[in-house]
Design a protein. Structure first.
Length: 264
């Protein structure tokens, strides 16, 4: 057996990113994926009609997703990014498969919440296939998901609401741990003081239509990144890609952002 000490590695070994982008409805998550390098979509929901992109036929079962991933692994192609759109609809077909195998109508019909545990087997199979594409075919992975508001029981504070991917908590934890980046896509909102009644200031949310990505976790949302990204960047794949290359494309735009902020 070879001496393990001789196999110690040093330095970084950059690999294609595993990126989850989740956010509010219609903010531009799929458009973000379509701007990636030579993307191919595996669609589990019919929401790409207005986006110019190449895509597999709509997946009706988890097996359809695995077949598409297998074709990308085995067959010659020039795609550089695989995009699954969306994870919450993929979860539905995973649940349907689990229900069919267990002979029940609903995932809730499997007692003691074991249905959600059983579904993790298929989730891991999907992630294993994605790892093979990333590690052996050099493909970037972008996962698209919608957002939900969940009640978070923080052991250090009172419970509060926050945005998270619209997945069951077990699947969400698995996918988030697997990903390099978990990015929350939303609209930029400012607050403006509008009145003061009974000694208390009244504020109103004001939006400019600006679409942004939150890259680090805060009480209001789940997020993470392994690139030391700014807390907030524009919802634009080109900006994200620049950071992947080690560039900072926001240096000359910070003052422009300040100018767009509504005045008190």
């Amino acid at each position: 057996m070879a001496n393990l000490m001789t196999q110690i590695q040093r330095g970084s070994s950059p690999a294609p990113r595993r990126t989850l982008v989740y956010g509010v409805h219609g903010v531009g998550k799929s458009t973000f994926g379509s701007m990636a390098e030579r993307p191919i979509f595996i669609q589990t929901e019919d929401g790409l009609g207005n986006i110019e992109c190449e895509r597999f036929p709509l997946a009706q079962r988890c097996g359809d997703v695995l077949t598409a991933l297998g074709e990308l692994y085995k067959e010659p192609h020039e795609y550089g990014t695989v995009v699954i759109d969306s994870l919450d609809w993929l979860e539905r077909v995973i649940w349907a498969d689990v229900c069919q195998k267990r002979g029940v109508e609903s995932i809730e019909d499997i007692g003691y919440a074991k249905g959600y545990t059983f579904s993790l087997t298929q989730w891991r199979e999907v992630l294993t296939c994605l790892d093979a594409l990333r590690n052996e075919r050099g493909m970037m992975v972008i996962l698209i998901a919608h957002a939900k508001i969940e009640r978070f029981e923080n052991p250090e504070t009172e419970a509060y609401d926050r945005y998270s991917p619209r997945l069951h908590k077990t699947a969400s934890a698995l996918v988030q741990e697997w990903c390099d980046e978990v990015l929350f896509a939303t609209y930029k909102v400012y607050t403006r003081k509008v009145d003061e009644k009974f000694g208390r200031a009244q504020h109103r949310g004001v939006g400019t239509g600006e679409r942004i990505i939150r890259t680090t976790e805060r009480p209001a949302h789940v997020a993470k990144n392994r690139l030391s990204l700014p807390d907030e960047i524009p919802l634009d794949y080109r900006v994200y890609a620049a950071f992947l290359r080690g560039e900072n494309p926001l240096t000359n735009t910070e003052s422009e952002t300040d100018q767009r902020k509504p005045k008190e």
